[in-house]
Every structure is written in C-alpha cells, then in structure tokens.
Design a protein around this ligand. Structure first.
Ligand code: GDP
Length: 143
C-alpha cells in the first residue's frame, strides 16, 4: 500500500457543535496529513451535485437541508490507503452501528447527522477532491 488521498468533510453539525478541533486532532493522531483545508457554505445546488448519487433516495432532501444548514470544512487527507483507513477511523454511517472509538461513535448523534464525510472509493476520492479543490493548489508529497 502506498500513500494516497481521500476527501473528508467536517459536516455542519461538527462545526456548529464546536467539535472541529477535536475531530481534527483525532484525524492527525491517526496519522493523516492534512494537504488542503478550508471552510465553506455549500449551496443547495452544490450539495445536490456532491450527493447526486443519492438523488433517488427518500432522504435526499433531508441530506441536502443538513449539508446546507451551516458552513462545513472539506479537506484533503493523505496516508497509506487513505480511503480505507479513513472509513475505518470514522466508523459506520449510523453511529449506533459504529465501532467503539470511531469518530462517529464518539461524536455523532444520528445516522443523518453524523459529523463527518469520507470518500468511499479511490475513484470517488479523486472526483470529490477535484470538486472542492480543483486539480491544482494542493502541495505534493507531504511528509
Ligand atoms: P456514508 O458513506 O457513510 O456517509 O453513507 P452514505 O453514502 O450511505 O450516505 C451519505 C450520507 O447521507 C450519510 O453520511 C448521512 O449523512 C446521510 N444519510 C444516510 N442514510 C440516511 C437516512 O436514512 N436518513 C437521512 N436523513 N440521512 C441519511
């Protein structure tokens, strides 16, 4: 396994509840390097585009409401097998099903408001990184 990247988002509930610092601490303690980060307010159109894969799901409107309910913090993370390692760190979508010690188990309140996003495949990580950060402006090879 070599160093790869994933796209993470501290979702609006994370920012609203002043948990961003704690969650970033957990991410860095787990060995991820932050390559790029900013705060932004997603527009409705932007959230609908980002979650287009879920557009036919019954919770799509609630998901867009949630993701546009306040600023969020997208970031690019680097680590060996970053996508898989980050999914393990955050735990299952529903915090009730998440393993002990995972970020969602520690901080999330519900399956819908679950604190953090992580790309689910290397292909989607590339698309999601480009969505938030474009192809340029990200430092290479952070050690
Ligand atoms: P993830 O990859 O673990 O984030 O999970 P999914 O890709 O399945 O879902 C995307 C996001 O939609 C989740 O992180 C939740 O914020 C939200 N979500 C998933 N399932 C539900 C649901 O049943 N109801 C609502 N309101 N939101 C959901």
């Amino acid at each position: 396994m070599h160093t790869t990247r994933t796209l993470a988002i501290l979702k609006p509930d994370c920012v609203r509840r002043s948990l961003s610092g704690e969650v970033l601490r957990q991410i860095e303690n787990a060995g991820f390097k932050i390559c790029a980060i900013h705060m932004q307010q997603l527009t409705r159109t932007g959230a609908e585009a980002f979650y287009a894969i879920h557009k036919d799901r019954p919770f799509f409107n609630d998901l867009v409401d949630y993701m546009t309910s306040g600023p969020c913090i997208p970031m690019v993370l680097e680590k060996q097998d970053a996508v898989g390692a980050f999914r393990i760190l955050i735990g299952a979508t529903d915090p009730q099903d998440a393993d002990e010690g995972t970020i969602r188990k520690l901080y999330a309140d519900s399956k819908s408001e679950n604190i953090v996003h992580g790309s689910d495949s290397p292909e989607n990580a590339q698309i999601e990184i480009a969505y938030f950060f474009g192809e340029s402006g990200i430092p290479t090879d952070i050690k």
